[in-house]
Design a binder for this molecule. Structure first.
Ligand code: SF4
Length: 315
């Protein structure tokens, strides 16, 4: 797979672009995830022409939507920021981004729960940064997260799984016949999709069954939309248990009763939060190799992102 392109708030990579000349380096993002992705850094406040250092800003509630205003001088930068943001998202369309990691809490870059100050100066955490808002409206299905939410192991695993799945999808459909590519991609990703959303799994199965009769670009768009919607639904221990038991079914004639019992107990322990997901997955991978199970061998569910990221050690 080509390197995955991700947009990111520049200060998270250690760039000194904050209003006071500082940064908000996140070492996991720069040093660990950074080994697998190509970052496209974006600092809305610097890129729209506000410079470093600059006066700190905040969002002020207004009937037409939040305004981006400097705290001491009261200068309103809303129009300047929005004009720049609209041009920036159009430029980013050509970058083939698989997602964006925003800086939490920022009146320009925060994706949710950003403080919006009311007339009495009391903040309510219900806003989003102006650039982040324009970005999410322009790319509604693209995976987005902020560095704060990515400290949650299940949100981190989910986000990284989504960007790898999207990059794989784009690579699968970039050349050749779309219908064949969709069938191939779907068959490799069935269990991954099932672990997130049985409802989308059914709908995508029906779409794939119809793929030979559909217009190629409609098929591609509809499948991509369903894929991104499906993977946005949180995978839970109960849904994982369903998929893991389904996988166990492939070995029902090959495993001894005590081996089956052991696997069932490990799956139950994961479901109860006693063992991380990596434990049942590792044992199943062992059986996939031992019995050379061709369908399970190709499933991205057993290996959706690099093992070195240790994402399934904590979910
Ligand atoms: S939060 Fe956004 S606007 Fe603020 S310094 Fe970081 S990248 Fe720039």
């Amino acid at each position: 797979m080509d390197r995955i392109r991700l947009g990111i708030s520049s200060c998270l990579l250690g760039e000194r672009v904050r209003y006071d000349g500082g940064h908000k380096l996140d070492t996991f993002l720069r040093d660990t995830l950074g080994r697998y992705v190509e970052y496209i850094p974006v600092c809305p406040e610097v890129e729209c022409g506000l410079g470093v250092p600059r006066e700190a800003m905040r969002l002020i509630a207004a009937p037409s939507g939040s305004r981006l205003v400097t705290i001491r001088g009261g200068i309103d930068h809303t129009e300047k920021m929005l004009a720049w943001a609209r041009a920036k998202v159009a430029a980013l369309e050509k970058m083939d981004l698989c997602g964006f990691i925003f800086k939490s809490g920022s009146p320009s870059s925060g994706m949710e729960r950003v403080k919006v100050y009311g007339p009495k100066g009391i903040p309510v955490k219900n806003g989003f940064g102006l650039f982040a808002g324009v970005f999410m409206q322009h790319f509604p299905l693209l995976p987005v997260e902020d560095e704060g939410r990515l400290n949650d192991p299940s949100l981190r695993e989910n986000f990284i799984e989504r960007i790898f799945a999207l990059a794989d999808w784009r690579e699968s459909v970039q050349n050749g016949k779309i219908a064949g590519a969709v069938v191939g991609y779907h068959s490799r990703n069935k269990l991954l999709i099932l672990s997130h959303s049985p409802k989308h799994y059914q709908a995508m199965g029906r779409l794939v069954a119809d793929s030979g009769r559909m217009d190629a670009s409609d098929l591609k768009q509809q499948y991509e939309n369903l894929l991104m919607e499906a993977l946005r639904v949180k995978a839970t221990p109960a849904k994982h248990a369903n998929v893991l038991q389904h996988m166990l079914g492939y070995f029902k004639d090959q495993l001894a009763p005590d081996e089956k019992q052991e696997l069932l107990e490990i799956i139950a322990s994961h479901r109860q939060g006693i063992l991380p997901l990596i434990v049942p997955i590792t044992l199943l991978q062992h059986y996939v190799r031992r019995f050379n199970q061709p369908y399970l061998k190709q499933q991205t569910y057993v290996n959706p992102h690099p093992l070195e990221l240790k994402l399934r050690n904590h979910v």
